[in-house]
Design a protein around this ligand. Structure first.
Ligand SMILES: NC(=O)c1ccc[n+]([C@@H]2O[C@H](COP(=O)([O-])OP(=O)(O)OC[C@H]3O[C@@H](n4cnc5c(N)ncnc54)[C@H](O)[C@@H]3O)[C@@H](O)[C@H]2O)c1
Length: 250
């Protein structure tokens, strides 16, 4: 590993896909800002980065809070003076029927996935514009391409997040900034297991069984968080300049 001097912020990197992205980008030589709402999870990721010889800072915060976002950006600039790559990864899912989803629950879904992506993008872009270079990568979802009986609010939010990816791509390419998405299908992370109770309530089986069912329905080995991270690493690279406004499905 050689330190490229480049700096990447990864939201929600205390766990799952975000942690895999943080570790992979660190292996590629980036200095990492580990951002997560959970201090303990973020600290664990920083320790893993350190154990593989990388450099990171831990900035705990909520992506729905403009103050937390500003603080993350300010601490990054104070530490390293630049932001090269920003990954909007923080998220969660909730299994519920259309009729059981409340207004507060759909608002929360949009606050985290859509408003969080919007606000964080707005906060990092001026620092990218100042240097004429940047990579914004949003972790959307294959579920954002359609609808379902049990995750309507999640799917609507992931669809809107993908729309923001495209608008940012058009808005900032003149400044040397690209904006793309990586869209996972199913990855075994906390996102599923935290819904165990509702899988049992609404679908009659556990989160683990849901993952087994999905794995049985595919012809390849299951997608892992590192597979998402490798696609992110590819899009983050300087020579991916001509890939803009795209979505890579994994
Ligand atoms: N796991 C999948 O199958 C799958 C599929 C498609 C898309 N995704 C997307 O991947 C992203 C990562 O999910 P994951 O599967 O790794 O889940 P995960 O639960 O393992 O990780 C999500 C992380 O985000 C953090 N987080 C949640 N809300 C936050 C907030 N408001 N502010 C800051 N941090 C917050 C959590 O603390 C957690 O560490 C999400 O955007 C999710 O929608 C996941």
């Amino acid at each position: 590993m050689s330190n490229t001097g480049q700096v990447a912020i990864v939201t929600g990197s205390g766990s799952g896909i975000g942690r895999a992205i943080a570790l992979h980008l660190s292996e590629l030589g980036y200095q990492i800002v580990v951002q997560d709402i959970s201090s303990q999870r973020a600290q664990e990721t920083c320790e893993l980065i350190s154990s593989q010889g990388g450099t990171s800072i831990n900035v705990v915060g909520d992506v729905t809070s403009p103050a937390d976002i500003e603080r993350t950006v300010a601490e990054t600039i104070s530490m390293w003076g630049r932001i090269d790559v920003h990954i909007n990864n923080a998220g969660f899912c909730q299994v519920k029927t259309f009729m059981d989803i409340t207004l507060d629950e759909i608002k929360k879904m949009f606050e985290v996935h859509v408003f969080g992506t919007f606000l964080f993008t707005k906060a990092v872009v001026p620092h990218m514009q100042a240097r004429g270079y940047g990579r914004i990568i949003n972790i959307v979802s294959a579920m954002g391409n359609g609808g379902s009986e049990f995750t309507s609010h999640y799917q609507a939010a992931k669809s809107a997040q993908q729309s923001l990816t495209r608008s940012a791509a058009i808005s900032f390419i003149k400044d040397g900034i690209t904006s793309n998405s990586v869209s996972p299908t199913t990855v075994d992370t906390n996102l599923f297991h935290e819904n165990d109770e509702n899988f049992r309530k609404y679908l009659g089986h556990s989160a683990g069984d849901e993952l087994k069912r999905r794995a049985a329905g595919i012809r390849t080995t299951p997608v892992e968080a590192i597979d998402i991270a490798r696609a992110v690493g590819f899009l983050a690279a300087p020579d991916s300049y001509h890939i803009n406004g795209q979505v890579i499905g994994i």
